[in-house]
Design a protein around this ligand. Structure first.
Ligand SMILES: NC(=O)c1ccc[n+]([C@@H]2O[C@H](COP(=O)([O-])OP(=O)(O)OC[C@H]3O[C@@H](n4cnc5c(N)ncnc54)[C@H](OP(=O)(O)O)[C@@H]3O)[C@@H](O)[C@H]2O)c1
Length: 224
């Protein structure tokens, strides 16, 4: 796909992988809109990237984001459900159930609400691409990140279902499964092998290169 002048929306685009993807799309000549909760981070975005405050756990905020973009730019070509959070590595017995709900709300419901908000416009315009950022944990769950892994398994299942559902609508559904990346995702408690993790810019390039291919990979696994 040619990315020049494409309208691209990235959830959780103020930091980490989302921010790196935003820069790649901008370089390709796309019009890029990102969203996240903390508006103060938008000052660090490259010039030309539009930041809009949205919490992906609130469906009405995602609906209004999609509506704003269509009103301003006329359509949405690519919608990326990227916003995601993890939680401290602990055993199943030690998991704080409030935090567990929060992880499911952001990772699963954020993707579900985001997809639902854009589908209605993509069906009307009769084209579009939805890209879900999942995780290698959706194939290889870790006992110490059981809720995170489960949330990403849920997103993987939803992604397959979405692809089946939208296959007759000329809407592509792509999944990307990155392994560990060096981002703020881990907060202050970094995994022991963090220095071996990938740079988000490396992962972003792989994702954007895939979208540029004539025949792209619908299930893109990204590891070092
Ligand atoms: N880092 C890794 O090792 C790794 C590996 C595989 C997959 N992933 C996945 O890659 C994606 C990006 O992660 P990252 O590593 O780039 O993390 P990050 O650096 O922590 O960035 C996360 C982004 O999501 C936003 N966000 C979080 N909760 C949100 C909410 N409720 N509503 C809107 N935006 C929200 C954050 O901004 P605000 O906090 O301001 O909202 C931020 O922009 C996630 O889906 C993650 O699961 C990460």
């Amino acid at each position: 796909m040619q990315l020049k002048d494409k309208i691209v929306v990235i959830t959780g685009g103020s930091k980490g992988l989302g921010k790196a993807m935003a820069s790649c799309f901008l370089k390709e000549g796309s019009k890029v809109i990102v969203c996240s909760r903390d508006e103060s981070e938008f000052i660090n975005l490259e010039e030309g990237i539009l930041g809009i405050k949205v919490d992906v756990t609130k469906e009405n905020e995602l609906q209004s984001l999609a509506e704003k973009v269509v009103t301003q730019f006329g359509r949405i070509d690519i919608w990326i459900n990227n916003a995601g959070i993890g939680m401290e590595h602990v055993s199943i017995e030690e998991i704080d159930s409030v935090l567990a709900h929060e992880v499911m709300e952001v990772n699963f419901f954020g993707t579900f609400f985001g997809s639902r908000s854009v589908i209605k416009y993509m069906k009307k315009q009769k084209f579009g691409t939805i890209l879900n950022i999942i995780s290698s944990r959706a194939f290889d769950p870790s006992p110490l990140s059981s809720i995170y892994s489960s949330s990403k398994w849920a997103v993987r299942g939803f992604t397959e279902l979405l692809r089946k559902t939208l296959s007759m609508e000329n809407i592509s559904v792509i999944a990307a499964y990155p392994a560990g990346m060096q981002t703020d995702f881990f907060g202050k408690t970094k995994p022991v092998d963090y220095k071996n993790y990938m740079e988000p810019e490396f992962v972003a390039e792989k994702i954007v290169e895939n979208l540029k291919k004539e025949t792209l990979e619908e299930e893109l696994i990204i590891k070092r």
